[in-house]
Design a protein around this ligand. Structure first.
Ligand code: C2E
Ligand code: MG
Ligand code: MG
Length: 738
C-alpha cells in the first residue's frame, strides 16, 4: 500500500512543465489495489504517444481515491478500472458514481479484472455504462496499447461533440444576450467578452470598427476607432486605432479588415465582423494557436455576431431617430424630456426651462413654402445653439424649441435680443416674433412636470396676445386646467351634435326691410345656461377645433338660409383666423355654397381686423379669391382692433360693422363722434355700414341721421333658433314695420 498523500499522484516520468499543460496530455486514471498492476501499466505505457500526445498517468488504489481524483480532474480521458478492491464490486459501484453522481459521460472506462467470476462480462457490459471489458491476463503490452488507442479516439470524438454542443449553446445564449444590447459600444464589449469566454481566454482584447467602408477602400489605422476594449486596453475606447502603442494589434486589425477574413495567428485571433456598410474586427490575444474545434466555434460565433452587428446598427439608427429631430439635428421632444428629468434630478441652483414658439410660423409655410419654413427653423436652431452653448436645446414640436440651462443664459431679455435681427431663409430675410414660456427648476420635479409647466406658461403667453413671455405660476396651471376642461366638453358637444346656429336679423334703415341674417354659434350646455361664444370660440380657435366647427356652421347656416320661406338678401357668417389661413379655404366655401345651390353673392363673411396682424399673404390671397367669386366681405367690430387703416386699401371689403361699443356711446352722453366718423369713412370708401348692438330707438334715430344703412340689435330681434326665426320672419311680413 502507498502512503496516504502519495496514493493519487502524477506519473513520476512526466516532466513537471508538461504536467501543468493539461490539454496537451491524455490523462489516464489507473485504479487498482495492486501496486504491481500500477507498476506494470507505468512500464508498458512509458514513451507511448497517442494521436501525437503523450499520456499522463494518475494512480488510485481504492474506489474512493479514484472518485476524488476524478472529481478533482474532470478532463480524464480514460479510466483503467479494477473491479475487486475494497469490496468485490467496488469498481462497478465506482462506474455508477462516475456516470450518475459526477455526471461524466465522456470519460472512457475500461474494466480490467483479475477475477472474471466477480464481474461476468455480459452482465457488466449490459448493466453498467462501461466501454470495454478485459481480463488482466488478456492485456498484454500490445493489447493494452491498442485498447487505449481505441478508447482515446472514441473519447476525443465524444469530447469534441460535447465541446461543440457546449460552444453552440454559448453562442446561442451569447447572441440572444447581444441582441438586447442597444448601443454599438455595449454590443462590442459583449462580443469581446463572449469570445474570450468561448475560448477560455482572459478578456484582454479590443474591438475596432470602421464606418461606411467600401470595397475599394484600403483601411488604415486612422480610419478605425476603438469601440470597445477590455483589460489594460480599456483606456483607448473611443480613440483612433492609430493612437494605440501596440503595433502588433494595430497591424493585425488592419490586416483583418483589409483582407475581410478572420485571422488565426500563433499569438492572437482576429475576427472579422461585417454588414453591408460597416466593418469591425475583434482582437483577442491567445498564448497559442486555437485548437481546430475552437476555430470552428469561433467562426460560427463570428457569423452569428455579424448578423447581430447589423441589428445593432439598425437599432442604433432607430435610437438616433427616436431622440433626434432630423431637420435641425437637435434633440426631439423625447430627448428634451430626458434633459429635463436630468435637470430636475440634479436640482442645480438658478436653472430655467424655456419653451419658445415662433409666432405665425404656419403663415411662413403657407405663403413662402415648406422649404423656406424648414430653412427658417434651421436658422433659428443654429442661432439658439450658438448663443446657448451650455444649455440643452431641442426642437419639441413644429415651431417650438425647448431649452434648459443656467438662468443667466436664458433670461427673456437675452433671448429676445437674439430675435431682433432677421433670419436668412433661402433668398428671404425673415423678421420673426417669438413668445416664451418659462419655468424655474427648484429640484426634485419630474421632467414631465417641468415640461408641462413651461408649456402651460407658453400657451398662456400665446393667449395673452401681447405678452412676449410668462413665467409659470399655479394660477396659470388652474387656468390651463379650466381651458382644457372646456375644450374637452366642447369637443364632446360638437361630436354629439350639441351645438346649434342661431340667427340675428339685420334691418335696412331706409325701408325697414330684413336685408340680412347673421349666423351666431350657440352651445347650450346645461338647460338655462349658454356658454358665451366670446369665451369658447377663442378656445376652439386655439385648439384647432374651429376648422371643423367653422365648416359646420357655414354648412348649417347655408342649409337653413336656403330653406327659409322668405329669404333676406344675404347671410352673414363669422370666420376665424385659423380658417382664413387654411390654403384651401376658398374652395371649401365655394363647395359648400354649391352644395346648397346658394349664389356666392348671398354670402357675407365677417372677419375681424386682427387678421391683418402679421400680414399673412395667404389670408389676402384667400379673401381676394372669394371676393372674385362674388362673396361679400365685412369687417366686424370695426374700430376696436388694428390701429392702422392702411389695410383698407389692400383688403377687398364691402361692409363695415360699427362695433356695439360705439353705438352704445350715442345715447350714453359720450357722443357719437366714432359712429359718425366710421359712417363717413365707409361712405367715402363706397362701403356699406351695419350698426351692431342697436338696443334703443334713440340710437336708431341717430344712426339713421348719420346715414348708417343697416342696423342689427336687440331693438329689432335677439339671435334666435331656426323655428323662432321662421316665425319672426312670418310675423314681420304680416305685421307693421318697426
Ligand atoms: P359678433 O360677430 O360681433 O356678433 C355680434 C354679437 O353681439 C353676438 O354675440 C350677438 O348676440 C351680440 N348682440 C347683437 N345685438 C346685441 C344687442 O343689442 N345687445 C347686446 N348686448 N349684444 C348684442 P354672441 O352671439 O355672443 O357672439 C359673440 C362673438 O362670438 C361674435 O361677435 C363673433 O365674433 C363670435 N362668433 C359667434 N358665432 C361665431 C361663429 O360661428 N364663428 C366665429 N368664428 N365666431 C363666432
Ligand atoms: Mg359678427
Ligand atoms: Mg361684431
Amino acid at each position: 500500500m502507498q502512503p496516504e498523500d502519495d496514493l493519487v499522484r502524477f506519473a513520476a516520468d512526466e516532466p513537471p512543465a508538461q504536467a501543468v499543460e493539461s490539454p496537451i496530455n491524455w490523462k489516464l486514471l489507473v485504479v487498482d489495489d495492486d501496486e504491481e498492476v500500477h507498476e506494470a501499466t507505468r512500464f508498458a505505457l512509458h514513451d507511448v504517444r497517442i494521436a501525437d500526445r503523450p499520456l499522463r498517468l494518475i494512480h488510485a488504489y481504492t474506489a474512493e481515491q479514484a472518485a476524488e481524483a476524478i472529481a478533482a480532474d474532470p478532463d480524464i480521458a480514460v479510466i483503467l478500472l479494477d473491479v475487486v478492491m475494497e469490496s468485490h464490486d467496488a469498481g462497478l459501484k465506482l462506474v455508477r458514481r462516475i456516470r450518475e453522481e459526477l455526471g461524466l459521460a465522456n470519460v472512457r472506462i475500461i474494466l480490467r479484472t483479475g477475477q472474471p467470476g466477480y464481474a461476468p462480462e455480459l452482465k457488466v457490459i449490459r448493466d453498467y455504462d462501461i466501454n470495454d471489458y478485459k481480463t488482466k491476463a488478456e492485456l498484454t503490452h500490445t493489447r493494452l496499447v491498442t485498447t487505449l488507442i481505441a478508447a482515446i479516439r472514441s473519447y476525443e470524438q465524444i469530447h469534441a461533440i460535447s465541446e461543440n454542443r457546449r460552444g453552440l449553446e454559448l453562442i446561442v445564449n451569447a447572441a440572444a444576450g447581444l441582441m438586447e444590447l442597444p448601443a454599438m459600444s455595449a454590443f462590442a464589449e459583449g462580443a469581446l467578452l463572449q469570445i474570450a469566454a468561448l475560448l477560455k481566454l482572459p478578456a484582454e482584447g479590443i474591438v475596432c470598427a470602421q464606418k461606411e467602408s467600401s470595397l475599394d477602400d484600403i483601411c488604415s489605422a486612422e480610419s478605425l476607432h476603438v469601440v470597445a476594449a477590455a483589460g489594460r486596453l480599456a483606456s483607448c475606447i473611443g480613440q483612433p486605432l492609430a493612437l494605440l502603442a501596440e503595433p502588433e494589434i494595430v497591424d493585425a486589425i488592419c490586416d483583418c479588415i483589409n483582407r475581410r477574413t478572420h485571422i488565426f495567428g500563433s499569438q492572437h485571433t482576429v475576427l472579422y465582423l461585417h454588414d453591408r456598410r460597416h466593418d469591425a474586427a475583434v482582437f483577442v490575444r491567445s498564448e497559442k494557436p486555437l485548437a481546430p474545434t475552437d476555430r470552428q466555434l469561433v467562426e460560427v460565433f463570428a457569423a452569428n455576431v455579424s448578423s447581430c452587428f447589423r441589428n445593432v446598427k439598425l437599432v442604433e439608427h432607430l435610437n438616433f431617430i427616436a431622440y433626434h429631430d432630423p431637420l435641425t439635428r437637435l434633440g426631439n421632444r423625447a430627448a428634451f424630456l430626458a434633459d429635463l428629468e436630468a435637470a430636475g434630478t440634479a436640482g442645480e441652483a438658478d436653472r430655467l426651462v424655456c419653451m419658445l414658439d415662433i409666432e405665425h410660423f404656419t403663415d411662413v409655410n403657407n405663403s413662402l413654402g415648406h422649404e423656406i419654413g424648414d430653412q427658417l427653423l434651421q436658422a433659428v436652431a443654429r442661432r439658439l445653439a450658438e448663443a446657448c452653448e451650455d444649455c440643452r436645446l431641442a426642437r419639441v414640436d413644429g415651431d417650438t424649441f425647448g431649452l434648459v440651462g443656467p438662468k443667466s443664459r436664458l433670461v427673456p431679455e437675452r433671448l429676445l435680443r437674439l430675435f431682433e435681427t432677421p433670419f436668412a431663409a433661402g433668398e428671404q430675410q425673415l423678421q420673426i416674433e417669438v413668445q416664451f414660456g418659462y419655468c424655474r427648476v427648484a429640484g426634485g420635479e419630474p421632467g414631465e412636470t417641468l415640461y408641462k409647466r413651461a408649456d402651460m406658461a407658453l400657451t398662456h403667453a400665446r393667449l395673452t396676445r401681447h405678452k412676449r413671455y410668462l413665467y409659470f405660476t399655479p394660477r396659470i396651471e388652474k387656468r390651463t386646467r379650466w381651458r382644457l376642461d372646456v375644450i374637452r366638453d366642447l369637443r364632446h358637444a360638437f361630436h354629439a351634435q350639441g351645438l346649434s346656429v342661431w340667427y340675428q336679423p339685420q334691418i335696412s334703415l331706409d325701408d325697414e326691410a330684413v336685408v340680412g341674417l347673421e349666423a351666431l354659434l350657440r352651445w347650450p350646455n346645461v338647460p338655462g345656461f349658454v356658454h358665451p361664444p366670446a369665451v369658447f370660440i377663442p378656445l376652439a380657435e386655439d385648439s384647432g377645433m374651429i376648422l371643423d366647427i367653422g365648416a359646420w356652421v357655414l354648412d348649417q347656416a347655408c342649409a337653413t338660409f336656403q330653406q327659409l320661406e322668405r329669404r333676406p338678401r344675404r347671410l352673414a357668417v363669422n370666420v376665424s383666423m385659423p380658417q382664413l389661413r387654411a390654403p384651401d379655404f376658398p374652395q371649401q366655401v365655394l363647395r359648400t355654397l354649391a352644395r346648397h345651390a346658394m349664389p356666392p353673392s348671398a354670402l357675407e363673411l365677417e372677419i375681424t381686423e386682427s387678421i391683418l396682424l402679421g400680414e399673412p399673404e395667404v389670408v389676402l390671397r384667400n379673401l381676394h379669391a372669394l371676393r372674385d367669386q362674388g362673396v361679400q366681405i365685412a369687417i366686424d367690430d370695426f374700430g376696436t382692433g388694428y390701429s392702422s387703416l392702411s389695410y383698407l386699401r389692400e383688403l377687398p371689403i364691402d361692409c363695415m360693422k360699427i362695433d356695439r361699443s360705439f353705438v352704445q356711446e350715442i345715447d350714453s352722453g359720450r357722443g357719437d363722434v366714432f359712429a359718425e366718423t366710421i359712417v363717413a369713412l365707409a361712405h367715402k370708401l363706397g362701403m356699406e355700414t351695419v350698426a351692431e348692438g342697436v338696443a334703443t330707438s334713440g340710437q336708431l334715430a341717430r344712426l339713421r341721421e348719420l346715414g348708417c344703412g343697416i342696423a342689427q340689435g336687440y331693438l329689432y330681434a335677439r339671435p334666435m333658433p331656426t323655428d323662432a326665426l321662421n316665425k319672426w320672419l312670418g310675423m314681420r311680413r304680416a305685421g307693421p314695420a318697426q
